[in-house]
Design a protein around this ligand. Structure first.
Ligand code: GRF
Length: 209
């Protein structure tokens, strides 16, 4: 049984997609052993309560320094003994010690086709705002392993979504979530659980059919 910890900051719709995929059998042999939120008002916590999943909060304002918060975050994660850490809309930069401790065991979902519209400053609606401003006709979402850069880690799976004339950032965000994020994040977790994430001869990851 794969033990996953999910890190969240907001609404938690990606967390919900993972919960639903486990309940419906799209993800098998996997248990969400804990959810950690970066702020106490994250609606994702309510989703955990509804689903009977343990959750905790590691909130920057409760700590004297970023270092103290980082240590609490690492301790909270370690306490669950996870096999995989999933960042599902987690808006805090991870401490390097955590990344070094869990190589190729931390996944992030990003709402664009990396390397487009990613990196510092590209989060939430801003990603979609900039995609629309640039006038791209195709965008999408990416699940990648986390390294010590922002959205620079190796890509695992991507899914494309068409933009439409007159899209707003809100409308496009919703379509990217529905058509891409809520599908590829569960797919990546299930693939991880079954050792189906492989490396090709170029050293790139892919999901075995
Ligand atoms: C998603 O768009 C995700 O790709 C991004 O942050 C958003 C989180 O949404 N990293 P939710 O909290 O899962 O609803």
């Amino acid at each position: 049984m794969l033990r996953i910890v999910v890190l969240v900051s907001g609404g938690g719709t990606n967390l919900q997609a993972v919960i639903d995929a486990i309940n419906s059998g799209k993800i098998t042999d996997t248990e969400i052993v804990g959810v950690i939120a970066s702020n106490p008002s994250a609606y994702a916590i309510t989703r955990c309560n509804n689903a009977g999943i343990p959750s905790s909060v590691v909130y920057r304002k409760d700590f004297e320094s970023a270092e103290a918060r980082d240590k609490a975050l690492i301790d909270a994660i370690d306490s669950y003994s996870p096999d995989l850490i999933v960042l599902a809309g987690f808006l805090t930069i991870l401490p390097k010690t955590l990344i070094d401790k869990y190589p190729e065991k931390i996944m992030n979902i990003h709402p664009s086709l990396i390397p487009s519209f990613c990196g510092d400053g590209y989060y939430g609606l801003e990603v979609h705002r900039r995609a629309l401003k640039r006038g791209v006709k195709v965008t999408g979402a990416t699940v990648h392993f986390v390294d010590d850069g922002t959205d620079t880690g190796p890509v695992i799976i991507q899914k494309a979504v068409y933009t439409k004339p007159d899209d707003t950032p809100e409308v496009l965000q919703r379509r990217v979530m529905e058509e891409a994020e809520w599908q590829i994040l569960p797919a990546a977790i299930n693939a991880f659980a079954h050792n189906m994430i492989k490396k090709d001869s170029n050293g790139n990851f892919y999901i075995e059919e």
